[in-house]
Ligand binder design. Structure first.
Ligand SMILES: *Cc1c(COP(=O)(O)O)cnc(C)c1O
Length: 366
């Protein structure tokens, strides 16, 4: 039944009823995003007296939770988002998984949760991908999106850090994000709602940040926009990020601005990778605040030529129009810009093993 485990090794439980091959083929032929899931999940338990224990790959199944489970009341929960790729030579790889492990623990510290050893985090993801390797979608740009997460599992209504936690990783075959010439999105600047305040949880990848952003996203949708742009909470002037993607501004002199990390912005791994690639391409990258009125003035004067958003799920998404209560403005010709497309294809080529990996970003799964 179960193999014996070495440190950081995940015991794999036999699945009594995995999805049959024909059903799986149909499920992964056009998977979309986040609706199709593989057979298994990684699971580790934590108790303050025992530490982390019971690392296993188990059949993916509903959880049974007591109604007084702490996370359901006080939202002590964090997550990560990353992708496993099938490379041209048939091998499988992750992109900078150590960075996800590090960020997961930074989120854990902010939310008063226990840190998970980096090795255990990376191994949980690798063990799951190995077990469910037959779930890679055979579509152009297909990948397995991985969602590691941790929640407070103690049954107690007192307000305090939980004494028990559950760490899980689920896997979702996804496709369709890498077609070149992706349409540019229209974004909405919310006058009223902000995402993160100084001293708050903006830099932590916690579910609560997303819960707080949904009403602003609904406002954007009502105004026929795809995403919200959040401004800083103190002055409502500095552009921070979208609900789940970081922003880059490209200028006609070959320089690039991206808002600086300072506690209210999520430190994206895609953001960090783009900064590195842009610098290597000879562009000047400045991490500095950029005001919403400057954005409009620069777009109108033509000084600003392109804007894009980036994150693991959609990689790089061009921003074509920016709308708000005072009207809207267009960036460049309103479509995907040349430099945006170039940076995107460079990043995708490295992730897919089609370009030289000069920074050791590609982590193969043996
Ligand atoms: C996850 C996330 C990002 C993007 O991070 P990546 O590591 O590039 O995927 C950006 N903003 C927010 C709010 C996020 O949660």
């Amino acid at each position: 039944m179960a193999e014996t485990a070495a440190p950081h090794e995940f015991v794999t439980d036999t699945h009594p009823a995995p999805v049959d091959a024909d059903t799986r083929t149909a499920m992964i032929s056009d998977p979309g995003f986040g609706r199709v899931f593989t057979d298994h999940m990684a699971s580790v338990h934590y108790h303050e007296d025992k530490g982390w224990h019971d690392a296993k790959i188990i059949p993916r199944a509903p959880l049974s939770l007591d109604p007084a489970t702490a996370v359901l009341h006080y939202a002590q929960e964090i997550f990560e988002g990353m992708k496993a790729y099938r490379l041209a030579d048939g091998s499988m790889a992750l992109f900078r998984p150590e960075e996800n492990a590090r960020r997961f623990n930074e989120s854990a510290r902010r939310m008063a949760m226990p840190e998970l050893p980096d090795g255990l985090f990376v191994e949980s993801v690798k063990a799951l991908v190995r077990t469910d390797a037959h779930w890679f979608p055979p579509v152009e740009g297909g990948a397995i999106y991985l969602r590691p997460f941790m929640f407070a599992s103690e049954v107690f209504l007192g307000v305090k850090p939980s004494a028990e936690y559950r760490y899980l990783v689920i896997a979702s075959p996804v496709g369709g994000y890498f077609k070149s010439g992706a349409p540019a999105i229209r974004v909405w600047t919310s006058e009223h709602y902000t995402r993160a305040a100084p001293g708050g949880t903006g830099a932590a990848k916690c579910g609560g940040n997303y819960a707080a952003s949904l009403i602003a996203q609904a406002e954007a949708t009502r105004h026929e926009c795809d995403q919200v742009v959040f401004l800083d909470a103190a002055e409502r002037r500095w552009v921070e990020e979208l609900g789940g993607m970081n922003l880059f501004f490209l200028f006609d002199d070959g320089s690039i601005i991206t808002p600086p990390l300072g506690g209210t912005i999520l430190p994206g791994i895609t953001r960090d990778s783009i900064i590195t690639l842009a610098k290597e391409a000879g562009l000047t990258v400045r991490e500095e605040p950029y005001a919403i009125d400057q954005w409009e003035a620069d777009a109108k004067s033509g000084k600003l030529t392109e804007t894009f958003a980036c994150g693991t799920a959609a990689v790089v998404t061009p921003v074509g129009k920016v709308a708000g209560v005072n009207g809207e403005f267009t960036i460049g010709a309103g479509g995907p810009g040349q430099l945006t497309e170039k940076l995107k294809s460079q990043l995708v080529a490295i992730q897919r093993g089609d370009a030289e990996d000069r920074h050791g970003w590609v982590h193969r799964i043996e």
